[in-house]
Design a protein around this ligand. Structure first.
Ligand code: SF4
Length: 641
């Protein structure tokens, strides 16, 4: 095994700017410093940078919405190179939604503009005395109070106002909306109108710091270590990225998956009560219908030839939402569509638009709305509570609920405005017994567009995710969809664990590089992914060395969670998957089995070199990964909410 400290690095590594800004919003100071080449080599960028900074600089047990939380912006070595999908950035902090490691990644123009401005990493602490925004404009860094101009503004208006102010339509703006200002645990960050750093409440952390926006623009170029070889390989990758490997994302966008997952009984319907839907079977709610009837434009992020972003338009004759535009992704087709039993496309678009503009994660928002529909169906909440009816299949009332949930107003806002976990707690405090069982989340993060009843491998993959219920921390859903293992059974626990670990490690690299997961398939293999890194940075890399770094990054963020109070019980899917079987489709009668699930979970822990009972990394594993500094520092701080 190659431990990264064995790999020599020069003082200056290419690709990276090696510039870190430390921003103290309480004092209004901004300090510039140099990131060492060793730090770049060991932590790659994005997720890796975020994991190391949070481990080093965040005091365990802090309130995620206090000035003591640390908010990290990071990108990798690739923005502004011609590598496909590389204009990406990540944000990291202790999550108000989970009380654990928070991270969200977005695309658009931000990564590229931040790179042109010459920075790699920003660490933000404290709280501004009033609502403010941060500007990184080449070598000018400053904080601007904006209480009078931007307070209460939506993300779309905020971006436009700031671009007008700078007289520059290319200004990259990461903004929060009113939901972030009120510190909703669901709050996201929006940039380039249609792109969101959505998950784990990173917008709430910005709101808690009185930070309305971060703006970037710059003029600096990027040098790569071996330009001739890099451009040769990058051009080949661009060609592949324009071919069959990504055709479905270009043609139908991510909703291409609706039909295939529905056939397997894996597409969640009515708050995960079912996994197949007649509205998909009959062609009403499919990627094809969406594209034929509603999509008017496809949009690409900077440095991307795939253009997976599909923009829908509601026609001007629509009675409720004329001329509405929304960026549609499969996750929202699930969250505000099938999970809410809603096959009315304009309602889906309206809810997406509310989330993106007013600033909450549209996955979590839709899953929280689905919980409310489900509670309404069972009479746990009523018209008297809400002021209107909210059965599955609601349209105008679903949009009304969504607006109230985002704004924090009314019963919907007070109970559901911070997501499913808090909604369950609040309803149970009001005597609504068992309300928490309607919340489809893991560790507090609402589930993505997979139904786990007949997905025994992904039940583990989604549950072990360090940021909570997520399909982007590992690709274990592919093991179930492709039939790599018996998806209704629980055999080959360690073998499955190794496969889950392998996708998790390489996803950690993808999110550290940072590139889109859609482009994972354009690389011939991990060795080619490593080669690209080496050609840009000059840091020697192999398939083995990048996978070890992915393993180390994953382990470090896991250790962050342990320090915040994580236990094995947190790696568990919602009870519904064990107790309530599908009534139709290929998974009719199927539930997860607790003993089988626990067997697979222990197999995954074993594959990772973690204690199979507690799920805590052993000292030997930490040493092997060069994480010696973690040993002896894993005592829980009791800060998990
Ligand atoms: S694949 Fe989609 S999200 Fe990724 S960079 Fe391209 S347009 Fe943006």
């Amino acid at each position: 095994m190659t431990v990264s400290k064995d790999i020599p690095v020069p003082e200056k590594v290419e690709g990276y700017t090696q510039v870190k800004l430390d921003v103290d919003l309480t004092n209004g100071t901004i300090k510039k410093s140099k990131i060492s080449s060793e730090f770049c080599r060991d932590w790659i960028g994005g997720y890796g940078f975020g994991a190391k900074v949070l481990w080093d600089e965040l005091k365990p047990g802090v309130d995620p919405l206090s000035p003591d939380n640390v908010f990290v912006y990071a990108h990798g070595p690739f923005p502004t190179t011609i590598l496909p999908t590389s204009s990406k950035y990540g944000v990291f902090a202790k999550s108000p939604l989970t009380g654990m490691f928070g991270m969200a990644i977005s695309s658009g123009s931000v990564g590229a503009q931040a790179r042109r401005a010459g920075i790699n990493l920003i660490v933000i602490k404290g709280k501004a005395p009033e609502l403010s925004y941060l500007v990184v404009d080449d070598d000018d860094y400053y904080i601007v109070p904006c209480e009078k101009t931007l307070k209460g503004k939506g993300c779309f208006d905020t971006e436009e106002i700031l671009r007008d102010e700078f007289q520059d339509q290319r200004l990259a703006v990461m903004a929060i909306g009113p939901a972030g200002e009120r510190m909703s645990h669901l709050a996201c960050i929006t940039n380039d109108r249609n792109r969101q750093a959505g998950r784990t409440g990173m917008g709430a952390v910005m709101g808690s710091k009185n930070l309305k926006a971060i703006c970037f623009r710059g003029t600096k170029g990027t040098k790569v270590a071996k330009p001739v070889e890099f451009y040769k390989i990058a051009k080949k990758l661009i060609k592949v990225a324009n071919g069959p490997a990504t055709a479905k994302y270009r043609d139908l966008g991510t909703p291409a998956g609706i039909t295939s997952y529905n056939k397997l009984g894996m597409f969640p319907i009515n708050n995960h009560r079912e996994g197949t839907w007649e509205e998909i079977d009959n062609g009403t709610f499919t990627g094809d219908t969406l594209n034929e009837d509603w999509i008017v434009k496809k949009v690409a992020c900077s440095q991307c030839s795939i253009a997976c972003d599909h923009i829908a338009k509601v026609p001007k004759k629509h009675p409720d939402w004329p001329n509405l535009f929304a960026s549609v992704d499969v996750e929202m087709c699930y969250s505000f569509g099938s999970a809410c039993g809603n096959s009315d496309w304009p309602t889906v678009f309206k809810c997406i638009s509310l989330c993106d503009d007013l600033g909450i994660d549209a996955i979590s928002g839709g899953v929280t709305a689905a919980m409310a529909c489900d509670l309404f169906e069972d009479g746990v909440i009523t018209k008297d509570d809400l002021g209107y009816e909210l059965p599955f299949g609601s349209t105008v009332n679903l949009a009304r609920f969504t607006e109230e949930m985002i704004s924090g107003k009314g019963f919907a806002g007070e109970i559901f405005g911070d997501g499913t976990k808090m909604a369950g707690i609040r309803l149970e405090e009001k005597g609504k017994k068992n309300a928490s069982s309607y919340g489809m989340h893991i560790k507090g993060l609402e589930l993505p567009a997979f139904d786990l009843h007949g997905m025994s491998s992904f039940a583990v993959g989604a549950s072990v995710s360090i940021r909570g219920g997520c399909h982007l921390r590992n690709g274990a859903y592919g093991l179930d969809a492709k039939g790599t293992f018996d998806r209704l059974g629980y055999d080959k626990a360690v073998e499955r664990g190794k496969k889950i670990k392998a996708t998790e490690d390489i996803y950690a690299i993808v999110d550290s590089y940072i590139i889109c997961k859609f482009t994972r398939g354009i690389y011939e293999n991990d060795a080619e992914m490593a080669k690209v890194y080496e050609l840009v940075t000059g840091i020697p890399a192999t398939d083995e060395s990048i996978n070890v770094r992915g393993d180390a990054i994953l382990n470090l963020s896991k250790c962050f969670n342990i320090r915040e109070g994580w236990t094995r019980a947190d790696d568990h899917p919602p009870e519904r998957f064990f107790k309530l079987a599908h009534t139709r489709g290929p998974n009719k009668g199927v539930t997860l089995k607790e003993d089988g699930y626990q067997k697979l979970l222990s197999g995954y822990y074993e594959a990772r070199g973690w204690d199979t009972k507690t799920g805590i990394p052993t000292d030997a594993t930490l040493k092997k990964l060069g994480l010696d500094f973690v040993i002896g520092n894993l005592k829980p701080a009791g800060g998990k909410k």
